[in-house]
Design a protein around this ligand. Structure first.
Ligand SMILES: Nc1ncnc2c1ncn2[C@@H]1O[C@H](COP(=O)(O)OP(=O)(O)O)[C@@H](O)[C@H]1O
Ligand SMILES: CSC[C@H]1O[C@H](OP(=O)(O)O)[C@H](O)[C@@H]1O
Length: 396
């Protein structure tokens, strides 16, 4: 079947997705293809095309000219699809085993055709169901170190770094984060979404001048520090995992931002699990938090020693200064993530799926307290152990 790729944007249907998949991917000549839309995210459509004869599958992800969960009243740039495909390709240069293969991408149709990963499970779902992913912290620590080091001024010529910063300029998606993560949850605004039992806790956040000042500083850092090409939305719903594999998907929020943001978002999303678990199950997640940081710091330090092009790389104390700042920022960003996913617009299933109301409200209250503590005490965090101490204090 020949395919004419439209010259203007057109939403795919299951049959046009099959035609497109055939045009860009080599299936067996005898292939019998079917297609299902399987997207469960907030923004886009995800089509899975399968050859029933061989079981071969490919994914076509398509952006809509608006945010899927809100509808046409929230228009959103189609450019995010190109950003996503190109971040996957760029990060794939450094960690090919930790991202899906991109087979093709088309800017006009706002599509990315990529490797199907449905033999894995979304880490958030797996963690909620008590599944164990022994490789998760090792792989994500390595992903963070490799992608962030190699796209920063420590690993890249300043001309190439600045070219990439322009290529990955992503103002509309950044604005969503600026609003939903760093602004709206800290003011009494219509976009916020929380249960009536959390009214007084939300009001306490809106009145808390010390907290507001620290969130303003973190927002400034997000707005202004173009350190490295971030994933931009590295939560556990953006990670596929099994006992032997980890793959990071969905970097449509990618842009040049502060290194601590990707680190903090991932840690923040593990912290939801540390809040909802007890005993040994909790310890498993706490160990993942600890190991993510340890692997990141070790791998980043190794790259610094072997590949850094920075003239001051051997200056006593400089690497330690850089890593200290990443950890401090990460704690603050994790804190913002905990608060915004509890009282802001977009929630997490880790908390919302808890059926027992008293338990759910208790966990949500802990999440707000932990977020506040991480933001306010971040300057005193000198090691991952200090961060874990803060979690322990709130968990008591
Ligand atoms: N490469 C893939 N292989 C298999 N399933 C995928 C793939 N990419 C996305 N999905 C499915 O689609 C869902 C939504 O994808 P995601 O990229 O998170 O979309 P959104 O940008 O809308 O958040 C994922 O949770 C997963 O179930
Ligand atoms: C209306 S966008 C809300 C929220 O959705 C994005 O996450 P995802 O698409 O991965 O579910 C991002 O975190 C945004 O803040």
């Amino acid at each position: 079947m020949t395919l004419t790729i439209p010259t203007t944007y057109k939403g795919l249907t299951e049959s046009t997705a099959i035609a497109l998949a055939k045009a860009v991917y080599t299936f067996e000549p005898t292939a019998e293809l079917s297609c299902r839309e399987i997207g469960d995210g907030n923004l886009n459509y995800v089509f899975q095309i399968e050859d029933s004869k061989t079981g071969t599958r490919v994914i076509i992800k398509q952006a809509l000219p608006y945010a899927k969960i809100i509808g046409e009243s929230w228009p959103l740039t189609l450019k995010r699809a190109t950003i996503e495909a190109n971040v996957l390709r760029k990060h794939g240069e450094f960690v090919p085993s930790l991202v899906p293969v991109v087979y093709a991408a088309d800017e006009t149709l706002a599509i990315t055709v990529m490797e199907d990963l449905s033999h894995l499970v979304i880490a958030r779902e797996g963690l909620i169901n008590g599944q164990n992913f022994p490789r998760l912290s090792q792989d994500i620590g390595e992903y963070l170190a490799q992608t962030l080091f190699h796209t920063s001024d420590y690993g890249l010529h300043p001309f190439e770094k600045k070219r990439l910063a322009v290529e990955f300029s992503n103002p509309e998606l950044c604005k969503i984060t600026e609003d939903l993560v760093f602004t709206d949850p800290f003011f009494d605004l219509e976009t916020n979404n929380y249960e009536p039992q959390l009214q007084s806790a939300a009001e306490a956040i809106w009145r808390d001048q010390k907290l507001q000042l620290e969130v303003a500083k973190l927002k400034k850092s997000f707005l202004t520090e173009s350190e490295a090409l971030l994933h931009g939305d590295l939560h556990t719903g953006s990670i596929f995992a099994s006992t032997t594999e980890t793959k990071v998907i969905d970097p449509e929020f990618g842009f040049y931002g502060p290194i601590g943001f990707d680190v903090g978002l991932f840690l923040g999303n593990l912290i939801f699990q540390s809040i909802t678990r007890e005993g040994i199950e909790r310890q498993v997640v706490v160990s993942h938090i600890e190991k993510t940081w340890e692997v990141f710091a070790l791998s980043f330090s190794e790259l610094w020693k072997t590949e850094s092009i920075e003239s001051f790389r051997d200056t006593q104390g400089y690497l330690e200064f850089v890593l200290d700042k990443v950890l401090t920022d990460a704690a603050g960003f994790a804190g913002c993530e905990l608060i915004r996913r509890t009282i802001g617009l977009a929630h997490v299933k880790d908390l919302d799926s808890i059926v027992d109301t008293e338990k759910r409200i208790n966990f949500k209250t802990q999440s707000l307290h932990t977020g506040r503590a991480l933001i306010l005490q971040r300057q005193q965090i000198g090691s991952i152990t200090d961060l874990l101490e803060i979690l322990k204090e709130v968990h008591k």
